[in-house]
Design a protein around this ligand. Structure first.
Ligand SMILES: Cc1cc2nc3c(=O)[nH]c(=O)nc-3n(C[C@H](O)[C@H](O)[C@H](O)COP(=O)(O)O)c2cc1C
Length: 164
């Protein structure tokens, strides 16, 4: 699947087959994340890949709108050192994960991390040192649903040529 096709066809997937994702695919997905653009090339990110059910259930129990993490094959927690552009950098890495996964047939859903009250308890569960921000949690799994795409604002609504 080429990049444009992945961008066009991706949608959030919250129901997954009971099928593990091979570790080499998970590694390829994280490899795509670490290549994301980053302010001043700081690359402040760290990625925690959780496949064990027990830990996924604990994370799901804490993440208000991420209960489906319990049924996912994996959950990637995206952390960034608390730098000026941590949120932009971590978000770029997160988007790379969604697109790389989709291009390889793996569904995903971005679950909020930054600013959430559950960021701290999840960091504690995962043994994350002080000074790191949880940017996102990403549920990954082979899709068991084919949701109708969300309405997206049309190009001519959002594009301003030359001036707003
Ligand atoms: C910053 C951010 C936080 C999100 N948090 C959640 C979340 O906590 N739970 C969830 O189910 N979806 C979450 N989403 C996914 C959005 O709901 C989803 O991207 C949006 O509805 C558009 O659907 P699509 O991804 O299929 O295009 C989040 C997306 C972003 C960008």
């Amino acid at each position: 699947m080429d990049a444009q096709q992945a961008l066009i066809s991706r949608r959030s997937i919250r129901r997954y087959k009971n099928q593990p994702i091979p570790m080499d695919i998970i590694k390829q997905i994280i490899d795509a994340a670490r290549l994301a653009p980053t302010a001043n090339n700081r690359q402040p990110w760290e990625f925690v890949a959780v496949t064990e059910r027990d830990m996924r259930e604990k994370i799901a129990g804490l993440a208000t709108y991420g209960k489906f993490i319990a049924q996912a094959a994996a959950c990637i927690a995206v952390y960034c050192k608390d730098t000026k552009y941590y949120l932009e950098d971590g978000s770029a890495a997160t988007q790379n994960i969604l697109l790389s996964a989709w291009a390889q047939g793996v569904g995903s859903c971005w679950v909020a991390g930054d600013k959430k009250p559950y960021a701290q308890p999840i960091s504690q569960l995962l043994g994350v040192p002080e000074g790191y921000k949880l940017v996102s949690l990403i549920a990954l799994g082979y899709p068991a649903e084919n949701p109708t795409p969300h309405h997206k604002r049309e190009l001519n609504e959002v594009l301003h040529l030359e001036k707003f």
